[in-house]
Design a protein around this ligand. Sequence first.
Ligand code: GAL
Length: 684
Amino acid sequence: MKQTDALKEFRLGVCYYPEHWPEALWEDDFRRMRELGLSVVRVAEFAWSIFEPKEGVFSFELFDRALELAHKQGLKVIVGTPTATPPAWLTHKYPEVLNVTHNGVTLHHGSRRHYNYSSQKYRELSAIITRQMAEHYKNHPAVIGWQIDNEFNCEISEFYAPADHDAFRIWLQEKYGTLEKLNEAWGAVFWNQTYSDWEQVFLPRPTPVHKQPNPHQALDEKRFISDNTISFAKVQADILREVAPDHWVTTNGLFGHLDSHRMNDELLDFFSYDSYPQFSTIFYDKNEENPLADRGSSQTLGTIRSISPNFTIMEQQSGPGGWVNKMDMPSPKPGQMRLWTYQSIAHGANMVLYFRWRTATVGNEIYWHGINDYHNRPNRRVREAGQIGAELAHAGSRIAGTRYKAEIALLSDYDNDWDGEYDVWHGPFAWQSDKAWFKALTRRHIPSDKLYVRSGTTLEDLKRYKVLVYPHPAIMRDETAALLEQYTREGGIVIFGCRTGYKDERGHCYMRPFPGAAAGLCGISVEEFTLIKGTRAATSMKWSGGEEALTGADSFNDILFVESDSVEVVAHYASDYYAGKPAVTKNVFGEGEAWYFGAVFNEASAGQIIERLGLVSPAAGWLTLPKEVELAIREDEAGPLHFLLNYSEQSAELTLREAKTDLLTGKTLSGTVTLEGYGVVVLS
Ligand code: GAL
């Protein structure tokens, strides 16, 4: 049974590792947490050897003493099951639990996440430790919930241990029943891959052309990994539900080859995410124009919200980051930690825990900083946490009942995400177009949602939005097209990009004109297509009925052919041998419109479409904001809360044509208002 009230109360907290510190520090640590306004700690997710120092010998003394002190200070506790880090005695005695890379290299003890999900022994030992911990803490007055494992599929999301090959074979037998069906689905007739015995079937293995597996097999591999991860997590979720039914259950994502939506629906009360906004700063493409940097996390938070409308940030960045030998993140500047905290909250977080209370003095993460430095003396980040704690002590309860509000959604689905890892004809485009749309919208202060198209997606889910953008759904099932047709017929606007609808769910190319299942909805066919990116000069497009350029026929061009009288050619190609041919079309379909954009979107082209559609910020009537400031809206029956987040170090000028109250300070704001660098206000 889902605990629907699990996130009813707003909480701020921190990740704490009592096992890393002299016991003499614990009480002072917990007392100071309370002083900062923190009310919850997460513990234990890597402490298996402490709970079970030898196989079958259990010890709870250390954590009992720590939890007692936390409880004495009025803190609530989230307990992590420790299965992300198997003990040395375990991997030594049962080496079959270890993960193996694609090239056959066994991954050993010394880091974390070096186990596989298929080993029955690992499942058995994980079940034992989970049950022991659940029995021990089920009635503890401070414990409120559980985090299963830690970051499923982080670090590595591929598994090639012997047990994985065996489990894959069983998964395929359940899915296909017969080898004939498997051979058909995998197109095994091509290059003589036909299987005549199940013993011959494996997960993709090294081939002469590195990592160029059979694409249909590779797609099934991802589906298998996802199902296998969920079934591993289910062992623990079931035990926690059975033994500690009053506690809620979550896990922290979001990582590859895992249908987190399904895992959340089937196993969890809500989803959790670990937000390190500076990942977006250090990993963005250095040639990218106008990178979003730390604001890019807002895009990911939209995906988290699509899994779970309200969620927890189990780890919120609170200092500079760096692992031994791996990536470096600068220190958040004054105000940035507060900005990122409200970024998470603005997008739906009802509980935020900083990572971590104090920087570790030993181990792999001695450069990954927490609120407190090694020296443990008060510092700037501790003071900033205290400011946030004080603000949320009164604002938190108003925020907790609200949900993010958007009228436009960007669509994705797991099949295309996974197929696109190998299909370079659409995979890289999805990320490019998604980002382009997100940027164009957020810089116009138009909040957007992410929506994953799944087998259970309903018309009602879609009708919450005026506009749906589904950039490159190469795999398009007839059922999905029918749902989108219904949405459009009833007044919705749907926008597709190039490469839509040319594959079925096995990844076979359809023998029908593109955009396949979406052809009727769009009223066009694709006459011809070509890759542009890296192969030839960029082409250009012009809006019809004038010479105005439509910026960006990027990366790929579908040359369109009008099939239906209800289609208007809104833009045409203006260069190359297909100059004059339709490039962008709009089909009036029922009460709505279906757009087909024959290329990959960039920020400018998405912006031009937004303007053609007349989409504006929901606050346009009373609020003017510079583009550096993000607008996010959470609302409930009591009305909207407008979060304004300034990602720039420079102050920003806002114009309020109506007086509003800042929930965080209680001040009334109107007219021209200066928002300081990295400043945040929440207007109600
Ligand atoms: C997260 C992880 C934490 C810690 C943190 C900083 O991915 O859950 O345990 O490793 O990153 O590296």
